[in-house]
Design a protein around this ligand. Structure first.
Ligand SMILES: [Zn+2]
Length: 161
């Protein structure tokens, strides 16, 4: 079953997991709500801290397609197996993504936190992306080490948060 996954999708999965768990982020990095990698007409979204109602925040991985078409059960099972072989999976909601049973790297969680609360340390809010005179957001986004795929041209898209 796992063999039915496109190798580019597996590479993107590995790259996203390295980003979530193994990549040290600089002290001034700002991380978005999610990062995504496109591979083989699949869209892999990596949330460092997804917050289900009534549960603690956990990393989440979401497999979707672009253009939007229904993923087959066979592909979802194959993806889940590939995922579970690499990291403990907390739950299996499948089409809504999978929650992982391991916290993201502390420096990545800190970078997410800096982005949302309290925001810009000089101006005390999160609206500084609207200002041309404040370097907080552009410098923080530039400092972020994004997911990277070695040896394959996989598109990277960081969500605007
Ligand atoms: Zn500012």
């Amino acid at each position: 079953m796992t063999a039915s996954l496109d190798p580019d999708v597996v590479d993107a999965l590995d790259a996203g997991l390295r980003w979530l768990f193994d990549t040290e982020q600089p002290d001034n990095a700002l991380a978005p709500f999610a990062a995504s990698l496109d591979a083989a007409e699949r869209h892999l979204t990596f949330n460092p801290a997804w917050h289900p109602i009534g549960q603690p925040a956990r990393p989440r991985i979401w497999l979707s397609t672009w253009p939007i078409t229904e993923l087959s059960d066979r592909e979802l099972v194959a993806f889940k197996r590939a995922l579970a072989a690499r990291v403990p999976v907390h739950s299996t909601p499948a089409r809504d993504g999978w929650l992982l049973a391991r916290d993201a790297h502390p420096s990545l969680l800190a970078a997410v936190g800096r982005h949302y609360d309290p925001g810009c340390p000089e101006h005390g809010n999160r609206q500084c992306e609207l200002r041309d005179d404040c370097p907080w957001r552009p410098e923080g986004r530039a400092a972020l080490r994004p997911p990277a795929v070695v040896g394959r041209p996989v598109q990277l898209a960081l969500f605007a948060a």
